[in-house]
Design a protein around this ligand. Structure first.
Ligand code: 5GP
Length: 363
């Protein structure tokens, strides 16, 4: 047994130190990035924020909206072959901003073969497992690379430099980083396994960049400032689940509830009439939660336990206003530290370790 004594950090353990700069306005900040991938040699030129392949987030509707806003989406795995082929064939431009997601069973490989033969314009493939440390996963990534030399392969999830490099060498272009930080994830509670997300991103990005690879900071962002910290720590992309949940594009059912809000009106007869408030919610759950297993796999297998939770998140309408607020926050972070491009954010960053990041008195 070993102990690593180095303190590892989460987004909530740091702030970005402001710096003098010549930047006039946050309007001047360029958020688009240009990436060329190490194995596929394809180019990416968009704002490197991705909607996660989760129910209620990684939908086709979300992909089109994120695409229009110059961002990216990893589709959920459960669309049918027909739906997927139709989606890409109807508008081949979608292949620029949408990844096809798959697991590592033989059925996943044969489904993708069928989709790809009908929709050969697909460019991005996201091979996604909860635990990216198995030999089987590495071999699977290698076999997909052999079969599809020209596709951009996203693979994960891992949290350490060694496995990031191993994945890149086996054929991945982009490594997805994050075990346990997600908003509806219970892996750390259920298994005790994980790695503080900011340190994981910093260490994996450093390892990947040495091999011309890229990383996605996946999970754990709760506010625009966290997304800025992920980019500042070296993430090439940031993937969001919870921050994009609860919107129209996710397609979840809107649930209306009524709450007595504690206020009342005094009536002429001396009685009080309580006030009720209407609030709208949308269901959101982890993709390893019991809810997801019930929906997609006919229940949780008896040898497994759920590693995700199910919550109701406030309904927030169209995703565009949430995204604009997010991009405004990141532009502002760049302005504070003097980065005129998102690309320059890491080199302009000094993280300040702190015990608390903000005032919660009115939260
Ligand atoms: P969020 O942005 O909500 O904090 O995190 C989103 C990420 O959480 C996803 O991209 C995925 O990597 C991870 N995730 C989604 N569902 C589950 C789950 O049920 N269990 C675990 N451990 N992680 C999940």
């Amino acid at each position: 047994m070993n102990i690593e004594n180095d303190l590892k950090l989460d987004y909530s353990n740091v702030l970005l130190r402001p710096k003098r700069s010549t930047l006039g306005s946050r309007k001047e900040v360029r958020l688009e990035r240009t990436h060329t991938f190490r194995n596929s040699k394809l180019n990416f030129e968009r704002i490197p924020i991705m909607a996660a392949n989760m129910d209620g987030v990684g939908t086709m509707d979300m992909a089109d909206t994120m695409g229009r806003l110059n961002m990216f989406t990893c589709l959920i795995k459960t669309y049918s072959i027909k739906e997927l082929v139709g989606f890409f064939v109807d508008n081949p431009e979608r292949a620029e901003y949408t990844a096809y997601s798959m697991g590592i069973m033989e059925a996943d490989a044969s489904k993708f073969r069928a989709v790809f033969s009908g929709a050969p314009m697909i460019k991005y493939l996201c091979i996604d497992v909860a635990n990216g440390y198995s030999e089987r996963f590495l071999n699977y990534v290698a076999s997909v690379r052999e079969e599809y030399p020209h596709l951009t392969i996203i693979a994960g999830n891992v949290v350490t430099a060694d496995q990031t490099q191993e994945l890149l060498l086996r054929g991945a272009d982009i490594v997805k980083v994050g075990i346990g930080p997600g908003s509806v994830c219970t892996t750390r509670i259920q298994t005790g396994v994980g790695y503080p997300q900011l340190s994981a991103v910093m260490e994996c990005a450093d390892a990947a960049h040495g091999l011309d690879g890229h990383v996605i900071a996946d999970g754990g962002c709760t506010c625009p400032g966290d997304v800025a910290k992920a980019f500042a720590g070296g993430a090439d992309f940031v993937m969001l689940g919870g921050m994009l949940a609860g919107h129209d594009e996710g397609g979840g059912k809107v649930i209306t509830k009524h709450y007595a809000n504690g206020e009342a009106t005094l009536l002429d007869n001396g009685n009080y009439a309580p006030h009720y408030e209407e609030r709208k919610f949308v269901q959101f759950y982890g993709m390893s939660s019991e809810a997801a297993n019930d929906k997609h796999f006919g229940g949780l297998k008896e040898y497994r336990s759920s590693e995700g939770r199910e919550v109701l998140v406030p309904y927030r309408g169209a995703v565009e206003s949430t995204v604009r607020d997010l991009l405004g926050g990141i532009r502002s972070s760049c302005t504070y530290v003097g980065a005129n491009k998102l690309k320059h954010l890491p080199k302009c960053t000094t993280f300040i370790r702190c015990l608390d990041t903000h005032n919660r008195v009115y939260e």
